[in-house]
Design a protein around this ligand. Structure first.
Ligand code: 4NP
Length: 172
């Protein structure tokens, strides 16, 4: 399927992406770590910034959920550096993309202020297989985390390819 067109970088030659869930301990940290790894593999880590946050502040300062960290580590990612933080309204004007994990997260982000709908949207709008939410695995079992990782890996690969095109064409 065709991915949505990526909005032009606010600063040519650079790209800034924020991924957002509720607690910033499960889904958005997984997306942050995987997307940042894809970006680094593409040699774009100097020009593409990836961060994550929660709409809530309950877990601020904490490392990610141990189930998320264990799965990421088993799959070869570095989950150790994550510390949870709450999203700030200013990000809606600063980041090229603010990507919500589910519709509740998207509604909460829209309540923070005016946002360009091309820049504030669901993370899985960029899933090449199937669009929708990244379901919250917090109250479930290991299968929920595996499902999140599958979605996040697929979407991060597609998104990195799209960002590579936008960043290199902007730099020309
Ligand atoms: P996340 O998952 O939004 O993917 O980080 C959750 C983490 C914590 C809670 C809910 C969801 N909580 O209720 O504390």
């Amino acid at each position: 399927m065709t991915l949505p067109p990526l909005p032009a970088p606010r600063t040519p030659g650079r790209y800034r992406i924020a991924v957002v869930c509720l607690g910033n301990i499960c889904r958005s940290p997984m997306a942050d770590v995987v997307l940042a790894a894809r970006v680094a593999d593409a040699g774009l880590d100097d020009v593409v910034e990836v961060i994550s946050a929660g709409t809530g502040d309950w877990h601020a300062g904490e490392p990610m959920d141990r189930r998320a960290a264990a799965l990421l580590t088993a799959e070869g990612y570095d989950a150790s550096r994550h510390r949870a933080q709450q999203v700030r309204a200013a990000w809606l004007d600063e980041y090229d993309l603010v990507l919500a994990m589910d519709h509740d997260n998207l509604d909460d982000l829209r309540a923070l202020g005016e946002a360009d709908p091309a820049r504030l949207r669901l993370f899985r709008d960029f899933d090449p297989d199937d669009q929708g939410e990244v379901p919250d695995p917090y109250y479930g079992g290991d299968a929920g985390f595996r499902n999140v990782l599958d979605m996040v890996e697929r979407t991060s690969s597609a998104l990195t390819g799209a960002v590579a095109e936008v960043v290199t064409s902007g730099a020309r």
